[in-house]
Design a protein around this ligand. Structure first.
Ligand SMILES: NC(=O)c1ccc[n+]([C@@H]2O[C@H](COP(=O)([O-])OP(=O)(O)OC[C@H]3O[C@@H](n4cnc5c(N)ncnc54)[C@H](O)[C@@H]3O)[C@@H](O)[C@H]2O)c1
Length: 326
């Protein structure tokens, strides 16, 4: 069965949405929705889809099996709410939205309409991250004790002074809880010294397991730097590292001077590619959609990342540690 997909927001990262769903044999892009009629028509023509500049007209004209949304970071709320009201299954990009009130409205709408509501936390599907998760779950690290995360590059300017924290570091919150379990408190430092927004944040984290962590997220760095992303998880029996999300995974065991290392092999372009983490996520997401079960990463994970960001902001504003149990 071919799943008929509509893509809302067809440029920028939306080009990946179009690529993923046109390359697959089991999906077809039937519609694209953009702002500019001429540009949208050109994109639609390339993939044999119908162009629209209005979401309502697209829904009425196509009744797709799935809509995916890749709109600018701070413009997710209204289009997402509108789509949820149709009951058509939905895959949205991170971040869910920029306010908890809006997040709750969306999750309530999804409950009311019974909509399949997925969010694209594709970093979980990177090969090094999958290996990290397997190592943690297999107990290879022993009892987890601490983690450290650093991630960032050039600034993505926007309206919110906390865009880095909400739009980019949502991946950090999502992945750290994916690997180490719930974060129960945060304390934050932030700087706005470069252009007025809080472009670099440094957090101290406490996990329910008793482990602790640090999170350094920055818009004052460069994606050109080697190891612009680095994750380390340490336990009583071993340590793992993930570099640049897709680049490498290492596993070391306490007292053993040899290290197991994974990097994509010569021909393994699939695992080497950041973009292909999205394809992997879509494999699981479509399987869930077809089985009629909840998505592998429900939009509520986007609300959770936003909640942690909001508690981080409260911590910085008040100069105190904030409880993050929800
Ligand atoms: N999951 C990932 O790895 C990943 C990677 C990159 C970006 N993203 C996310 O993808 C989303 C899009 O990012 P981007 O960098 O492409 O953003 P962007 O601001 O560059 O562009 C989004 C697209 O939406 C279009 N658009 C704007 N308003 C519209 C409207 N009202 N109707 C239809 N189309 C409209 C724009 O013309 C543009 O084509 C963001 O949420 C971003 O965080 C996710």
């Amino acid at each position: 069965m071919v799943t008929r997909v509509a893509v809302v927001g067809p440029a920028g990262w939306g080009t990946q949405h179009i690529r993923v769903f046109t390359e697959r044999p089991d999906t077809e892009v039937v519609a694209v929705v953009g702002r500019d009629a001429g540009r949208t028509a050109a994109v639609a023509a390339r993939v044999g889809a119908n162009p629209y500049t209005d979401i309502g007209a697209m829904v009425d004209g196509e009744r797709p099996d799935l809509v995916t949304v890749a709109l600018p970071n701070e413009a997710h709320f209204e289009p997402t709410r509108r789509l949820l009201r149709t009951g058509i299954p939905l895959l949205v990009e991170k971040p869910l939205v920029f306010s908890l009130e809006e997040a709750d409205v969306l999750l309530d709408e999804a409950r009311a309409s019974g909509s399949f509501f997925a969010i694209n936390f594709n970093h979980r599907y990177a090969e090094p991250v999958k290996r990290a998760k397997s190592a943690v779950d297999a107990g290879s690290l022993g009892d987890l004790v601490f983690t450290t995360w650093r991630f960032g590059g050039e600034a993505n300017h926007g309206e919110s002074p906390h865009k880095n924290l909400i739009e980019t570091q949502c991946h950090a919150f999502d992945m750290l809880e994916h690997l180490l379990g719930p974060i129960v408190s945060v304390m934050a430092q932030m700087t706005d010294k470069t252009y007025g927004a809080y472009s670099t944040v440094a957090l101290a984290l406490e996990f329910a397991s008793g482990a602790v962590g640090t999170l350094l997220g920055s818009y004052d760095s460069s994606y050109a730097y080697p190891e612009t992303h680095r994750l380390e998880v340490n336990g009583t029996a071993g340590r793992l590292t993930v570099v640049d999300t897709v680049k490498s995974f290492t596993l070391s065991r306490a007292g053993d001077e040899s290290t197991e290392r994974w990097e994509a092999g010569y021909f393994n372009d699939e695992a080497r590619s950041f973009e292909r983490t999205f394809d992997r996520y879509v494999d699981d997401m479509l399987a869930a959609l077809r089985r009629g079960i909840e998505p592998p990463v429900h939009a509520s994970a986007g609300r959770r990342a936003l909640f942690l960001a909001m508690k981080t902001i409260e911590s910085f504003d008040s100069g105190t540690r904030k409880d993050t149990r929800s």
